[in-house]
Design a binder for this molecule. Structure first.
Ligand SMILES: [Zn+2]
Length: 304
């Protein structure tokens, strides 16, 4: 493909692009769009210097809002919320007969079709699992979006749910203040994750952006959730990618998901242009502003 990484700002007006080669490509793109009366889908945002998190506020002013995510979690300044213990978080996930695994250009996304549900904890009503995806670094010292006392993990898993009691679809719920709930697990390197292997085994089939695994097969999302889900932090936040809607009740576990180095390397090998692997696809923590983080547990965090 000729849209190399440096042309990822292809939504700009070619007149304002200084690099003549890039301006030429953008102009051609515009001509194709005009002639065919179509809009070529493009990524106006990414994780590079020219389109990364620090630039998102230009197109998405809410990036500077007061309910943004991720944040740094400081366990010592978090208060325990007794109502969370009295109303345990409950996950009732169903196996997917033929799960869809895709390369979105920003991550690996696994789309759900069954009625897998999340209830309890800070949530009112039923939230349905829509998809899950991950964020990861180019090296093991970075990659998670949330941090604990400033510490980053090599990756972070996000299980995205929408409020199915109040809204009729993920799309309708996505920008509502009580629309979404995301479960977050920090990911560390260790033993191979057998359940997650059903996903990582297919990464070689989705190295190109926009591709879907042709033969994904069955997958049970409950393999991603631990038996004990009683220890977590929760706060009101946002999507961590544009459009950054302030619609997410975050539930970040005081726990880690363990995957092998090989599995993480698999994630690092998928691409968003011919020679660019998707890496460092994380937004760094943003200010907590006047929000508070609640813990479902008392005492020290298990995360060191
Ligand atoms: Zn995410």
């Amino acid at each position: 493909m000729f849209f190399k990484k440096k042309y990822s700002y292809n939504v700009l007006d070619p007149k304002h692009v200084k690099d003549p080669e890039a301006a030429f490509i953008i102009a051609i793109r515009r001509e194709i769009e005009k002639l065919n009366d179509v809009k070529i889908p493009s990524m106006s945002w990414g994780y590079d210097t020219n389109n990364g998190p620090a630039t998102w506020c230009k197109d998405y002013p809410v990036a500077n809002g007061k309910r943004q995510s991720p944040i740094d979690i400081v366990p010592n300044s978090v208060s325990q919320e007794p109502s969370l213990q009295n109303n345990p978080l409950r996950v009732t996930y169903k196996p997917e007969p033929d799960v869809d695994i895709s390369n979105t250009g920003a991550s690996v996304k696994v789309q759900m079709t069954q009625q897998s549900e999340l209830t309890g904890g800070p949530l009112k009503g039923k939230y349905r699992l829509e998809q899950f995806h991950l964020h990861w670094g180019s090296e093991n010292s970075k990659g998670s979006e949330h941090t604990v006392n400033g510490k980053m993990y090599p990756a972070e898993l996000h299980l995205v749910h929408w409020n199915a009691d109040k809204y009729s679809s993920f799309g309708e719920a996505a920008d509502k203040s009580d629309g979404l709930a995301v479960l977050g697990y920090f990911v560390k390197i260790g033993k191979e994750h057998k359940g997650f292997k059903q996903i990582t085994d297919h990464l070689k089939e989705i190295t190109k952006t926009g591709s879907h695994s042709p033969s994904p097969g069955k997958f049970d999302p409950s393999c991603l959730v631990k038996d004990d889900i009683s220890r977590y932090w929760t706060y009101e936040g946002s999507l961590t990618t544009p459009p950054l809607y302030e619609s997410v009740t975050w539930i970040v576990f005081d726990d880690v998901m363990e995957i092998s180095q090989e599995q993480l390397n698999g994630l690092r090998s998928i691409k968003n242009c011919e020679n660019c692997c998707i890496q460092n696809n994380y937004r760094p923590p943003v200010p907590i502003c006047d929000r508070s983080v609640k813990a479902s547990f008392s005492g020290a965090s298990k995360l060191k």
